[in-house]
Design a binder for this molecule. Structure first.
Ligand code: F6R
Length: 241
């Protein structure tokens, strides 16, 4: 794991966008694995900026998101589909039939998980997977205890994760209890991984990630099994190292 620290979250966002841009420039039809949450918003803003001012094109790219809530429609204001449209897809030239998220409103969730794994395989695998990290070490929605050989699956969200995501809903009761997430094996089969962490609230988890042994109780430790992982943090997230 190569950890690089930036002065603040703006610098981190710029560097992460440049990293992603290099992937698309070197392979125009690259498959990008994308994440939601607060952390990548600056990165997506910068990608939009690069598209508008530097002609960065996503016309041939394909994207697959890590996860989606179960039980809410893709058009729901808090779905991850809506998040991706709002923060990225509606502002770049990525055709709408080239971005994919798990469908959390599918009537047969197990089948949906298999379909999603097959889709990733049919696309030729993920060239670059972007990740955030939860305060409990989760990646995607792979909560502590998730086996490292897991592929796309349905998860019950940890109470801690629901609390952290309640900021986007009008009350905690509205936060879905389940999600579909790519598994740890799906993430590890990406060719390259870029994990982002910013802010004081991530300082503990970054310190722990650096020092911990590889163990399913701390899902992000699985990244130590991958040979091409880059971690971009800002000074606050690195403050306990
Ligand atoms: C989002 C995801 C999650 C987040 C993590 C950090 O698609 O899979 O693992 O990356 O919960 O979220 P933020 O960035 O809001 O701190």
């Amino acid at each position: 794991m190569n950890i690089i620290e930036f002065a603040d979250k703006d610098q981190l966002g710029k560097a992460a966008a440049a990293f992603i841009a290099r992937t698309i420039e070197s392979k125009t039809d690259a498959v990008l694995g994308l994440a939601t949450g607060g952390t990548p918003i600056d990165t997506y803003k910068e990608l939009i900026q690069l598209h508008q001012t530097e002609q960065l094109s996503f016309k041939q790219a394909r994207t697959v998101n890590l996860d989606e809530y179960v039980g809410i429609d893709p058009n729901h204001e808090n779905s991850y589909m809506t998040y991706m449209k709002r923060h990225l897809f509606d502002h770049i030239d990525l055709p709408s039939d080239q971005y994919f998220l798990p469908n959390g409103a599918a009537s047969h969730l197990e089948e949906e998980c298999l379909r999603y794994d097959q889709l990733i395989e049919d696309l030729g695998g993920i060239d670059l997977q972007l990740l955030g990290i939860g305060q409990n070490g989760h990646i995607g929605f792979n909560e502590p205890g998730t086996p490292f050989d897991s592929k796309t699956h349905v998860v019950q969200l940890d109470e801690h994760t629901r609390q952290a995501n309640a900021r986007y809903f009008s009350s905690i009761d509205e936060v879905p209890t389940h999600a579909i997430t790519m598994g740890i094996a799906s993430i590890l089969s990406s060719k390259k991984i870029l994990l982002l962490a910013s802010g004081k609230s991530k300082a503990d988890v970054i310190q722990y990630l650096e020092r911990t042994e590889i163990h399913p109780d701390f899902p992000a430790s699985a990244l130590k099994l991958h040979e091409d992982v880059t971690i971009f943090i800002d000074r606050e997230a690195g403050s306990l190292r």
